[in-house]
Structures are given as structure tokens and as C-alpha cells.
Unconditional design. Structure first.
Length: 84
């Protein structure tokens, strides 16, 4: 576990997807995909959740590192002399 819920012996993962054409687009109203996705990503981080990265991702490097545990990755890069 990533340590998001200390003391809790379990975690639940749910993979949700949003499909179809947004109602605003069908109603010929403006709809900003980027703005909507950024809000979803922010909410997911606030819930200490994870975003599946097989879809569109707008996370910054910092936001990505906040969402996913990089301790082993960083350790290996350091050992290999490939740290940033």
C-alpha cells in the first residue's frame, strides 16, 4: 500500500470511466475538456486516489508524484546514477 490510509488493513480500488458526449456538447454549448479533466484529477488527488494512466492525463510532474509513490523508483534511479 502507498500509505494513504495508515492503520487501515485494506484498500479498495474502483476504476471508473466517463464515456459518451457531454450534455453541453449535445446542447451546442461550450464545454472545456481540459478544465473538466483538471477538476477530476484534482478531486482524485484530494480523495487520495489514483488516476488510471491508460487514458488522457494532464497531471504535472509534481501532481503525478503526489498521486503515485515514487520511493522505489527514486531509489533505483539513485543507485544507477540516473537521478534528476
Amino acid at each position: 500500500c502507498h500509505g494513504h490510509h495508515p492503520g487501515r488493513p485494506w484498500q479498495m480500488y474502483v476504476d471508473l470511466g466517463a464515456y459518451g458526449v457531454p450534455q453541453d456538447v449535445r446542447d451546442k454549448k461550450p464545454w472545456d475538456f481540459r478544465k473538466a479533466l483538471l477538476k477530476v484529477e484534482e478531486w482524485t488527488r484530494q480523495q487520495q486516489g489514483f488516476q488510471c494512466i491508460y487514458a488522457d492525463v494532464l497531471l504535472t510532474r509534481s501532481e503525478y508524484r503526489e498521486m503515485f509513490d515514487h520511493s522505489l523508483y527514486d531509489e533505483v534511479r539513485e543507485k544507477l546514477g540516473a537521478a534528476d
